[in-house]
Design a protein. Structure first.
Length: 280
């Protein structure tokens, strides 16, 4: 399949996976974990975004309470259960079996799409292979989730690799949201269609910009500690002009004339901050 396939976004209630910003999901329930004494109805599945059944007996409750059904990595070869889950009428999240290659993974996703309404999301979890995840996303045209609940430190790397969303525990939701906001703003294309969507996209870019400005200020402060002549007296105007020229290559619509005052303000803010820290 071509890597230029149009992405097939899938709606999970008010979450749209595969179009616009990445999503964070911390409401995944697996009925394969923990004791089986209580029935799956009620609080166990109430409000779940993703739900993984243990047996076919769980499927009615999954259909009633969840927004999507998970075909779990441990039972992708249980074809009768896979077929029944895919036929629920819910979007299907297909996890990759750890030993499965891309052909098997995408083949199972296609099978689930045929058994249901075509709304299928890929999911890479466990010890995620982010390179394989990226390749599967490009080859299939399907959105992909990265389950980083076992290692939330991979959140930023997963977003950088192209994940359309992250699955994490509720305790790690903030880490995942930061990765989606900052890394996603830098690397993920968006085409907002409404004014609120445009403003939300700008807010994400501004958050990434603020993060980078804070890091730049810290590095600039270190420069002031090392330079023989610091502060405003030590400014290197030639280097600043070169800096603006290099930035204009990445921001050609702004160009050097518009970037120069912006960078002058950034540099002066850093110098003022360094002076304040020196005097305190």
């Amino acid at each position: 399949m071509s890597s230029t396939l149009r992405r097939r976004a899938v709606a999970l209630g008010d979450l749209l996976v595969g179009h616009g910003p990445g999503v964070v999901i911390s409401d995944r329930v697996s009925l394969r974990a923990g004791p089986r004494d209580a029935p799956p109805e009620g609080a166990v599945l109430e409000g779940a975004v993703l739900a993984e059944p243990a047996t076919a007996a769980d499927l009615p409750a999954v259909a009633e309470h969840a927004r999507a059904v998970v075909v779990g990595a441990s039972w992708t070869r249980d074809i009768p259960l896979v077929r029944a889950a895919a036929g629920l009428g819910l979007p299907v999240v297909v996890e990759r079996r750890p030993a499965a290659g891309m052909e098997e993974w995408l083949g199972l996703a296609d099978y689930c799409a045929l058994q249901g309404d075509g709304q299928v999301i890929l999911c890479e979890g466990g010890r995620p292979d982010l390179g394989l995840m990226r390749a599967a996303r490009a080859a299939s045209g399907r959105p992909v989730l990265a389950d980083v609940s076992a290692d939330p430190g991979l959140s930023a790397a997963a977003v950088a690799a192209g994940a359309d969303g992250l699955i994490v525990s509720p305790a790690d939701r903030r880490v995942a949201e930061e990765a989606v906001t900052v890394v996603g703003a830098l690397l993920r294309d968006e085409a907002p269609a409404t004014l609120p969507e445009c403003r939300q996209a700008i807010d994400r870019v501004d958050a990434a910009l603020a993060t980078l400005l804070e890091r730049r200020a810290a590095l600039a402060g270190r420069v002031q500690e090392i330079k023989p002549v610091g502060g405003f007296a030590g400014r290197d105007l030639g280097r600043e002009r070169d800096l603006v020229a290099r930035m204009a290559v990445r921001a050609p619509s702004l160009g050097p004339a518009r970037l120069a005052p912006i960078m002058n303000a950034v540099i002066e803010a850093g110098l003022h901050l360094a002076e304040e820290r020196t005097t305190h």
